[in-house]
Unconditional design. Structure first.
Length: 122
Protein backbone atom coordinates (compact mmCIF):
# COMPACT_ATOMS: atom_id res chain seq x y z
CA UNK A 1 0.00 0.00 0.00
CA UNK A 2 1.19 3.49 -0.84
CA UNK A 3 1.83 5.85 2.08
CA UNK A 4 0.87 9.50 1.75
CA UNK A 5 1.84 12.26 4.15
CA UNK A 6 -0.75 15.05 4.42
CA UNK A 7 0.53 18.30 5.97
CA UNK A 8 -2.00 21.06 6.59
CA UNK A 9 -2.72 23.30 9.56
CA UNK A 10 -6.38 23.57 8.53
CA UNK A 11 -8.01 20.65 10.36
CA UNK A 12 -11.06 20.46 8.11
CA UNK A 13 -9.01 20.32 4.92
CA UNK A 14 -6.51 17.84 6.43
CA UNK A 15 -9.26 15.51 7.67
CA UNK A 16 -11.20 15.73 4.39
CA UNK A 17 -8.16 14.93 2.27
CA UNK A 18 -7.13 12.15 4.67
CA UNK A 19 -10.60 10.54 4.59
CA UNK A 20 -10.69 10.69 0.78
CA UNK A 21 -7.26 9.10 0.48
CA UNK A 22 -8.04 6.37 3.03
CA UNK A 23 -11.31 5.57 1.23
CA UNK A 24 -9.23 5.23 -1.94
CA UNK A 25 -6.99 2.62 -0.31
CA UNK A 26 -3.97 4.67 0.74
CA UNK A 27 -2.25 4.66 4.12
CA UNK A 28 -2.22 8.26 5.38
CA UNK A 29 -0.02 10.01 7.91
CA UNK A 30 -1.03 13.49 9.08
CA UNK A 31 0.87 16.52 10.35
CA UNK A 32 -0.41 19.93 11.43
CA UNK A 33 2.71 21.84 10.37
CA UNK A 34 5.84 21.44 8.32
CA UNK A 35 8.16 20.63 11.21
CA UNK A 36 5.96 17.74 12.33
CA UNK A 37 5.64 16.60 8.72
CA UNK A 38 9.40 16.43 8.23
CA UNK A 39 9.78 14.46 11.48
CA UNK A 40 7.11 11.95 10.38
CA UNK A 41 8.73 11.58 6.97
CA UNK A 42 12.15 10.93 8.49
CA UNK A 43 10.67 8.17 10.69
CA UNK A 44 8.61 6.58 7.93
CA UNK A 45 9.26 7.96 4.43
CA UNK A 46 6.05 8.41 2.43
CA UNK A 47 5.52 7.68 -1.26
CA UNK A 48 3.93 11.11 -1.74
CA UNK A 49 3.53 14.35 0.23
CA UNK A 50 0.38 16.47 -0.02
CA UNK A 51 1.08 19.80 1.66
CA UNK A 52 -0.47 23.18 2.23
CA UNK A 53 1.87 26.03 1.34
CA UNK A 54 1.16 28.53 4.14
CA UNK A 55 1.57 26.99 7.61
CA UNK A 56 3.10 27.88 10.96
CA UNK A 57 6.58 26.76 12.07
CA UNK A 58 7.67 25.56 8.61
CA UNK A 59 5.74 26.26 5.43
CA UNK A 60 5.27 23.86 2.53
CA UNK A 61 8.15 25.31 0.54
CA UNK A 62 10.41 24.89 3.57
CA UNK A 63 9.33 21.25 3.80
CA UNK A 64 10.19 20.75 0.13
CA UNK A 65 13.61 22.36 0.69
CA UNK A 66 14.32 19.95 3.57
CA UNK A 67 13.29 16.98 1.42
CA UNK A 68 15.53 18.13 -1.44
CA UNK A 69 18.59 18.17 0.83
CA UNK A 70 18.04 14.63 2.13
CA UNK A 71 19.22 11.89 -0.26
CA UNK A 72 16.58 9.43 1.06
CA UNK A 73 13.70 11.84 0.53
CA UNK A 74 14.63 14.02 -2.45
CA UNK A 75 12.77 11.83 -4.96
CA UNK A 76 9.47 11.86 -3.04
CA UNK A 77 6.89 13.78 -5.11
CA UNK A 78 4.90 16.70 -3.71
CA UNK A 79 1.43 18.04 -4.37
CA UNK A 80 0.88 21.53 -3.00
CA UNK A 81 -2.55 22.78 -1.99
CA UNK A 82 -3.00 26.51 -1.58
CA UNK A 83 -5.64 29.13 -1.04
CA UNK A 84 -3.26 31.90 -2.13
CA UNK A 85 -4.23 34.32 -4.85
CA UNK A 86 -2.22 34.41 -8.08
CA UNK A 87 -0.43 37.54 -6.83
CA UNK A 88 0.47 36.02 -3.44
CA UNK A 89 1.68 32.83 -5.11
CA UNK A 90 3.84 34.75 -7.58
CA UNK A 91 5.49 36.61 -4.68
CA UNK A 92 6.45 33.26 -3.16
CA UNK A 93 7.69 31.89 -6.48
CA UNK A 94 4.81 29.48 -7.03
CA UNK A 95 2.99 29.09 -10.30
CA UNK A 96 -0.63 28.16 -9.74
CA UNK A 97 -0.49 26.69 -13.24
CA UNK A 98 2.25 24.28 -12.15
CA UNK A 99 1.41 20.62 -12.53
CA UNK A 100 1.51 19.73 -8.84
CA UNK A 101 -0.19 22.80 -7.37
CA UNK A 102 -3.91 22.63 -6.62
CA UNK A 103 -5.79 25.84 -5.85
CA UNK A 104 -8.22 25.47 -2.93
CA UNK A 105 -11.03 24.69 -3.24
CA UNK A 106 -10.37 21.91 -5.74
CA UNK A 107 -12.52 19.11 -7.08
CA UNK A 108 -11.98 15.83 -5.24
CA UNK A 109 -11.82 13.90 -8.52
CA UNK A 110 -9.08 16.27 -9.75
CA UNK A 111 -7.18 15.73 -6.50
CA UNK A 112 -7.36 11.93 -6.71
CA UNK A 113 -6.27 12.00 -10.37
CA UNK A 114 -3.24 14.11 -9.42
CA UNK A 115 -2.37 11.72 -6.56
CA UNK A 116 -2.55 8.72 -8.89
CA UNK A 117 -0.46 10.50 -11.53
CA UNK A 118 2.27 11.43 -9.04
CA UNK A 119 2.44 7.94 -7.58
CA UNK A 120 2.64 6.32 -11.02
CA UNK A 121 5.49 8.63 -12.04
CA UNK A 122 7.58 7.70 -9.00
Amino acid sequence: MKRILVIDDDGICRRTVTALLEQSGYVVMQAVNGEDGVELALQNPPDLVVSDVVMPKLDGLGVLDKFKTDPKMRSIPFIFMTGMSEKEAAKRGISLDAGNVLKKPFALAEFLAKVKECLEMR
